[in-house]
Design a protein around this ligand. Structure first.
Ligand code: ADP
Ligand code: ADP
Length: 232
């Protein structure tokens, strides 16, 4: 089964004779439980593709299906609801609230929605991510790598159809970056999570099961079991 699938996706920015064709007929599927990296030069359409996949932006034409739901034509309100319930995000900048503890940050989406998390799921996520000793710390008391693991835990808690990670190691040195990539890979292996990561780092991409290469708004290559040398 597929977590996300896009067909013939076109995204044009602008109007008149100052348009940019950011995506030019992209078709790609993301199977459940797979870790995919999207790579490509700056301006190749990686962010645009991720935003369309995640329902953060709407395409000009083509189809995006997320967990069986067609996103094309949904209202902004419906998209927001769908994102909250079925999509997780991990960003370069962690996006943790500094005054809350790690545990409060992890629980925040549930608190905001007035929902109770599954305590077993919380324990499982905390254990897989190795955060047990850190739950009462605030972000300022955690290393960058630990902060990003908290952000991963927050994304994982609601068991989203897919987690989108946008340059998750962009603010980390290579060793802590490797910790975070390892956590993403373990969430795929041990929790069956589907992860789509945008990165320009070949080492980061080598943690994925598959690399999709974009250039000029088109998919130009796909690699399985990539090595960092192969995607350089
Ligand atoms: P990447 O993430 O690979 O760097 P982007 O998806 O950000 O690529 O951009 C793809 C193309 O679309 C680029 O030519 C970029 O300048 C253009 N683009 C991106 N966002 C906008 C926007 N909001 N308005 C106009 N052009 C944009
Ligand atoms: P930057 O790397 O520029 O700091 P981020 O990686 O934090 O940006 O965010 C990447 C994109 O995702 C941006 O276009 C931003 O608008 C969007 N974004 C950031 N935080 C959230 C959020 N919590 N929910 C939805 N979209 C977000």
């Amino acid at each position: 089964t597929l977590a996300v699938e896009v067909t013939d996706l076109v995204k044009v920015y602008g109007t008149g004779d100052t348009t940019v064709r950011a995506l030019d007929g992209v078709g790609v599927a993301f199977p459940v439980g797979e870790f995919t990296a999207i790579m490509g030069p700056s301006g190749s359409g990686k962010s645009t593709l991720m935003h369309c996949l995640a329902g953060l932006d709407s395409a000009t034409s083509g189809s995006v299906r997320l967990g069986g739901t067609e996103l094309t034509g949904l209202s902004d309100k419906a998209l927001t609801l769908l994102r909250r319930q079925r999509v997780g995000f991990v960003f370069q900048s962690f996006n943790l609230l500094p005054t809350l503890t790690a545990e409060q940050n992890i629980l925040l989406p549930f608190d905001l929605a007035g929902r109770k998390p599954d305590r077993r799921r919380l324990a499982q996520v905390v254990s897989v991510l190795g955060l047990g000793e850190r739950l009462r710390h605030t972000p300022g008391q955690l290393s960058g790598g630990q902060q990003q693991r908290v952000a991963c835990a927050r994304a994982l808690l609601g068991h989203p159809d897919v987690i989108f990670a946008d340059e998750p190691t962009g603010n980390l040195d290579s060793r802590t970056g490797a910790d975070v990539l390892d956590v993403l890979r373990r969430s795929v292996r041990e929790l069956g999570q589907t992860v789509v990561m945008v990165t320009h780092d070949p080492v980061a991409a080598s943690y994925a099961d598959r690399v999709v290469m974009l250039a000029d708004g088109r998919i130009v290559d796909e690699l399985r079991h990539p090595t960092s040398e192969a995607v350089l």
